[in-house]
Design a protein around this ligand. Structure first.
Ligand code: APR
Ligand code: PHB
Length: 393
């Protein structure tokens, strides 16, 4: 088998890239370790920046998003139960975010696979990348016990944090940068109407809480928890009680309780690996970087990476120019690091750290109070939250 671009991984990065290349007439094959149900079933964040909405639109995959997505022009912060609103649209000249779950995005991307003739390999075991530093790279894997081989011009490593792609870059080339946070998020989904029309990021003495949603009838709530916490110790009633304390009495009165149908703990991490290109390999999405979920940048960063990579490959195949592929890593990392900075900062002002003393707690309180009172501070938050522009190549 031969193709132009072998895409490893069918998460948001791999699938958006596959559709982008298809639209530009570039051949690609997506090789995924799991099956569609597994990839689509994973519950992740659900806030799309304008760049992500724009890409869905450009690909003609925005039908359901337009009908079902909730457009938010603002968000709320809370300090010890007291809410204040950030009017993001007014602060950014009209930018908004759209609440639409990653599961819905994946469904739209997968539903368009057959009609658009995308080539997919599911259930590929033992995927390996070969000769990435030469002119003729290839990928091998086993499926149903038989070894398979795909020759290609380029490999796009879109296989997430635990994939094989990043590790194919020699150790003396790869640089990694990391922060591990001393807490996780315990998240639930429940078919109850959301407490508030827009999201609430709450800093409370007892820890962070987030009120989010998937629709007018489905809520997504999170509370910060210790890393060694056990799901079994968090029956629904305990979760709702703790959430209500952290959101404060005014919001708590609006929280509608109901049985959760999903409950999981996720650790928080910041991670970047450089470079994002080595020889014929490009990394995109979680394969190259992880952000803590505060601010919901994970999927949006995968989208901005592959938008840039798509442009670079289009220039290469369309005009024989290598400028785009040569500049990809630097261009992508410039945006990645700004999103890393924002996600780290937003996490650090909203969470309770185990070693926090009175001084650092008061700094957090002062920072939130400053944001409440300063249009300049609100503008900085807003322009990062709605997503920074994709700077020119
Ligand atoms: N071979 C083939 N596929 C692999 C391999 C492998 N060795 N290892 C992992 N994969 C697949 C995973 O099964 C997964 O479907 O690669 C895909 C990677 O998807 P994500 O982890 O979602 O990463 P990405 O597409 O970069 O998306 C980034 O989406 O899922 C969220 O938290 C994530 O918000 C982040 C964003
Ligand atoms: C979510 O709805 O899952 C969500 C929303 C905002 C975040 C993180 C997660 O910052």
């Amino acid at each position: 088998m031969r193709t132009q671009v072998a895409i490893i991984g069918a998460g948001p990065a791999g699938m958006f890239l596959a559709h982008l290349l298809r639209a530009d007439g570039i051949d690609a094959v997506v090789i995924e370790r799991r099956d569609r149900d597994y990839v689509e079933g994973r519950v992740r964040a659900g806030v799309l920046e304008q760049v992500s909405v724009d890409l869905m639109t450009r690909l003609g995959l925005d039908d359901r998003l337009r009908r079902e997505g909730l457009v938010h022009g603002g968000t709320n912060l809370a300090l010890d139960g007291e809410l204040f609103h950030i009017d993001m649209a007014a602060l950014t000249g009209g930018s908004t975010v759209t609440v639409y779950g990653q599961q819905e995005v994946m469904k739209d991307l997968f539903d368009a696979v057959a009609p658009r003739g995308l080539e997919m390999v599911w259930d590929a075991d033992d995927v390996r990348l070969h000769d990435l530093d030469g002119d003729a790279p290839f990928v091998t894997w086993t499926k149903d016990g038989a070894e398979q081989r795909l020759d290609c011009d380029f490999v796009a490593g879109c296989d997430g944090y635990h994939g094989v792609s990043r590790g194919s870059i020699p150790a003396d080339v790869l640089k990694t940068f990391e922060r591990v946070y001393p807490f996780g998020w315990l998240g639930i989904l429940a078919d109850v109407p959301p407490a508030e029309h827009e999201l609430i990021y709450a800093n409370h003495e007892r820890g962070f809480a987030l009120a989010s949603m998937r629709s007018a009838t489905r809520s997504r709530y999170y509370i910060q928890c210790a890393l060694d916490e056990k799901i079994e110790d968090w029956p629904d009633e305990r979760f709702w009680d703790e959430l209500c304390v952290r959101l404060g009495p005014v919001t708590a009165a609006k929280v509608v309780r109901g049985p959760s149908f999903e409950k999981a703990i996720a650790p928080l991490r910041s991670f970047v690996s450089e470079p994002m290109r080595w020889g014929r390999l490009f990394l995109a999405g979680d394969a190259a970087h992880i952000v803590p979920p505060t601010g919901a940048k994970g999927m949006n960063l995968a989208v901005s990476d592959v938008t840039m990579l798509g442009e670079a490959l289009r220039d290469f195949y369309g005009h024989g120019s290598e400028t785009g592929i040569d500049g990809y890593s630097v261009r992508a990392l410039a945006r990645v690091w700004k999103a890393e900075r924002f996600s780290w900062w937003f996490t650090s002002i909203t969470h309770r750290f185990p070693d926090m003393d009175g001084f650092s707690r008061r700094l957090q309180m002062a920072e939130l109070d400053y944001i409440r009172g300063s249009p300049a501070a609100q503008k900085t938050l807003a322009e990062n939250y709605v997503g920074l522009p994709l700077e020119a190549a």
